[in-house]
Design a protein around this ligand. Structure first.
Ligand code: GLA
Length: 382
């Protein structure tokens, strides 16, 4: 993204120039709603990101300008100073979470903007948290590791936004590496980079343009379903602290003892954790048809069992199937946003044209198309 507009606005508002930082959105190949259950995820950082220019202002107040919204906010750094705008709460929350870890920041001026589509399942909010987390860490020399900056972003969602998210998005934004996906074990927090270069295939996102707002509560309800099932399983298996620790047999034992909706959701999670493991084996063998088949399995589960899809997403998924696309599924939290599609090179043009035209005919909406490019995580720009 061209940062000239950020630079110009910063100068106009605050005079002298500051430093520029960026942190990206993410894709996730497979492993959805597994992170807060201690399972695995397979995300990668992308070439769409948040950007901020930032400079300490010698006071104890933050002056922030959201260029894409044309809105400004000014707030102090004490717990009672929480701003009213949601976008400002992300910045405020990062500052507060740093202070809670014994490393307070001082006042600063900032202008930020980005090209991660909002509410599209590409983690615009994690990109924003990670951008400020990384920038403040550098400017004030706080010494947080990248993973700690991710945890600070996640805590910001929990404590200042109200989304009880897992760690996947902030982790991908902070720790991403060009050309690599990351296999993260969300229970041990160990991770490894997985080079991703699917020869003969492309990854493409189709945005339904139906935006979600995870703060709406449905996301948190999914998490609560999982926790209730874990509590029931733990009565007989105290070693089970997360759905990751459970297996199908343990799950069956509580069938009828937990709410059926909760049961079916937990079943999805246990299956999804296994699907990711199967997908990593297939990836090692270069068997992208197998990876794709597993992606369809994820979509089916997210739609029918976990119930985080919507008619628009299901339709784009069907379009992929009908066009012979190798793999397709809803990506991210769900309730709108994008499908991620694994497409053979030779099918790419026909698929995108067909899906976009049929989607327009059915819903009257122009779906947006994004080619996936895997890039580095949070960094300073020159
Ligand atoms: C959102 C959350 C993540 C993760 C995904 C679903 O993106 O922020 O932590 O739970 O949904 O996989």
């Amino acid at each position: 993204m061209d940062t000239t507009n950020i630079r110009n606005k910063f100068k106009e508002l605050y005079g002298a120039a500051g430093e520029l930082y960026t942190s990206p959105g993410r894709i996730n190949l497979i492993g959805e709603h597994t992170d807060y259950n201690g399972g695995f995820v397979l995300p990668g950082a992308i070439d769409k990101a948040m950007y901020c220019e930032i400079k300490p202002n010698g006071s104890d107040r933050v002056r922030a300008y959201a260029l894409d919204l044309g809105e400004s906010a000014e707030f102090g750094l004490e717990e009672a100073d929480k701003p009213t705008q949601q976008w400002a709460c992300y910045i405020f929350g990062v500052c507060r979470e740093m202070a809670k870890r014994g490393k307070p920041v001082k006042g600063f001026d900032t202008v930020f903007a980005g090209d991660v589509p909002l509410g599209a399942g590409m983690s615009s909010s994690a990109a924003l948290e990670s951008c400020f987390g990384y920038a403040l860490n550098e400017i004030y020399g706080l010494g947080f590791e990248r993973f700690e900056i991710a945890l600070i972003g996640q805590a910001t969602e929990h404590n200042y936004v109200g989304v009880m998210c897992g760690i996947m998005d902030q982790f991908a934004s902070c720790c991403g590496r060009e050309g690599n996906l990351m296999k993260l074990d969300c229970r041990s927090l160990e991770y490894e980079y997985v080079p991703f270069d699917p020869k003969g295939y492309r990854l493409v996102l189709l945005n339904t343009m139906v935006t979600h707002n995870l703060a709406g509560g449905e996301y948190n309800k999914r998490r609560q379903s999982c926790e209730r099932v874990v509590a029931e399983i733990a009565k007989n298996h105290p070693e089970v602290k997360l759905l990751r620790d459970a297996n199908m047999h343990m799950l069956e034992e509580v069938h009828g003892k937990v709410d059926e909706v909760d049961y079916v959701r937990a079943e999805f999670v246990v299956e999804e954790i296994q699907r990711l493991l199967d997908a990593t084996v297939a990836l090692e063998k270069g068997d992208y048809e197998k990876v794709g088949a597993l992606m369809y399995g994820t979509h089916e589960g997210l739609s029918k069992k976990y119930q985080v899809s919507c008619p628009e997403l299901d339709y784009l998924n069907e379009q992929a199937r009908e066009c012979g696309v190798s793999g397709s599924r809803v990506m991210g939290g769900g309730f709108g946003g994008c499908t991620i599609n694994l497409v053979k090179d030779g099918l790419y043009d026909a698929f995108v044209a067909t899906a976009v035209a049929n989607y327009k005919a059915k819903f009257g909406i122009d779906a947006k198309v994004y080619d996936v490019v895997i890039r580095d995580g949070a960094r300073k720009l020159n």
